[in-house]
Design a protein around this ligand. Structure first.
Ligand code: HEM
Length: 376
């Protein structure tokens, strides 16, 4: 076992000893090479498929990293983000406004799962696939490889109501972000490290249009934005019209310089007042997080190594371990035994419109509008 994996597990054991026996089980249950006996080709197959898909479409790399984070942050790494239906009838996490049509990479996970079911039926969980795929996506985007422990089992429920109040949104500032991350056992440093994932991928205009149009009574544009950058954003993103279809909104890269490379350029962009979301820019406004931003901006190798460690930590959040917990889903979109409903698989919007047409006083529209008002 590589030395840094041993150190990582040692740190987990130490923290488990501090926090109680439940965490110790986590250390016992999850391991590097979990499938070495039951499906030895699994990790390689996942890597090949992910690389192949990213080779065809670069946007899949950020999508997979985001899927993993969104899964683990809410109810732990249980692949609940992938469920199209919840057996008890809840509207699944996938349909929350923080997810919805902005999720990218779902079909890659389906492709991986089909391949693994053909190779080793009922063996590799969707939660583990997400963790491996996120790592492989990060590596494809330039991060040095890191070990991923496995043995997570898949959950059997998913409810979009678990997000409001528990999930970060673009309008949040550091105190709120720190609190939300803290509730999940993640430190303020983890917040700053992991936000560096915004070194790749991008955001739809409606996620930040409050910063470039009608920002406040005194300022049309958020004064914390570099004016040239704000002007370039206004060129790509027209003023919001409540009747606009959010799905047709343009998407802007977080990092205009090296937007396909997972590197520390994100932090230099922040310091140059070119952070796209309020929550990105917030990291330079708080003195504590600003010091971290400055340190990460100055040392790519250090940031990459610590980012990998933070991703490993995310992958340990509230995992289901052992035969008695959860299940290994046969399809990532459905709990085992659950009939595929008559509805087409998510995202449904491409086949038939609807949930995402956002009538003006629809609760989902209100939630999205909450982003613009910068609270929630
Ligand atoms: C700190 C609080 C965070 C907030 C408020 C936030 C919010 C957002 C938003 C609004 C988008 C744009 C989605 C879209 O318009 O399609 C986005 C994209 C993204 N986020 Fe975050 N995020 C946060 C933290 C994270 C973390 C911790 C990770 C991963 C470790 C992450 C990974 C990503 C990636 C890779 C994208 C680009 C996705 C794509 O282009 O498809 N984010 N985030």
């Amino acid at each position: 076992m590589p030395r840094h994996t041993l150190l990582f597990l040692f740190a987990l054991v130490a923290s488990a000893a501090q926090r109680g026996a439940v965490d110790a089980l986590i250390v016992d249950g999850l391991q590097v090479g979990f499938y070495s006996q039951t499906c030895p080709e699994a990790e390689g197959a996942i890597r090949n498929i992910v690389n192949n898909e990213i080779g065809m479409d670069r946007s899949i790399a950020p999508g997979l990293i985001r899927l993993f984070f969104h899964d683990c942050f809410i109810t732990g790494c249980d692949a609940s983000i992938l469920l199209d239906e919840s057996p008890v009838g809840d509207v699944p996490e996938k349909e929350s406004s923080a997810n919805g049509f902005t999720l990218v990479g779902l079909s890659t996970i389906d492709t991986v799962k089909s391949a693994l079911e053909a190779m080793c039926p009922h063996t590799v969980s969707c939660a583990d696939i997400l963790a491996f795929a996120a790592r492989d996506a990060a590596v494809a985007a330039g991060l040095p490889s890191y070990d991923v422990v496995a043995g997570r089992r898949d959950g059997v429920r998913s409810n979009m109501d678990d997000l409001p109040g528990n999930f970060p949104v673009p309008g949040h500032h550091v105190p709120r972000l720190t609190k939300l991350f803290g509730q999940r056992g993640l430190s303020q440093e983890d917040l700053v490290l992991l936000s560096g994932a915004h070194s790749i991928g991008g955001a739809h205009c409606f996620m930040f249009s409050n910063r470039i149009y009608g920002f406040s009574e005194d300022a049309e544009v958020d004064p914390s934005l570099d004016p040239e950058y704000a002007a370039s954003l206004r060129q790509v993103c027209p003023p919001r019209n409540p009747n606009d279809d959010p799905q047709l909104a343009a998407k802007v890269k977080f990092d205009a310089q090296t937007g396909e490379k997972l590197d520390n350029a994100y932090y230099s962009e922040l310091l140059a007042r070119r952070g796209l979301l309020t929550s990105d820019n917030a990291l330079i406004e708080d003195p504590q997080t600003r010091a971290m931003v400055e340190a990460f901006a100055g040392d790519d190798a250090m940031w990459q190594q610590k980012f990998a460690g933070a991703m490993q930590k995310v992958g340990m959040l509230d995992v289901l371990i052992g035969e008695g917990k959860g299940q290994v889903r046969q399809q990532c979109r459905l709990v085992n035994g659950q009939e595929q409903q008559q509805r087409p698989p998510f995202p449904r919007s491409r086949q038939r419109r609807p949930r995402w047409s956002f009538p003006r006083h629809h609760p989902v529209a209100d939630l999205i509008n909450g982003f613009f008002r910068g609270f929630h």
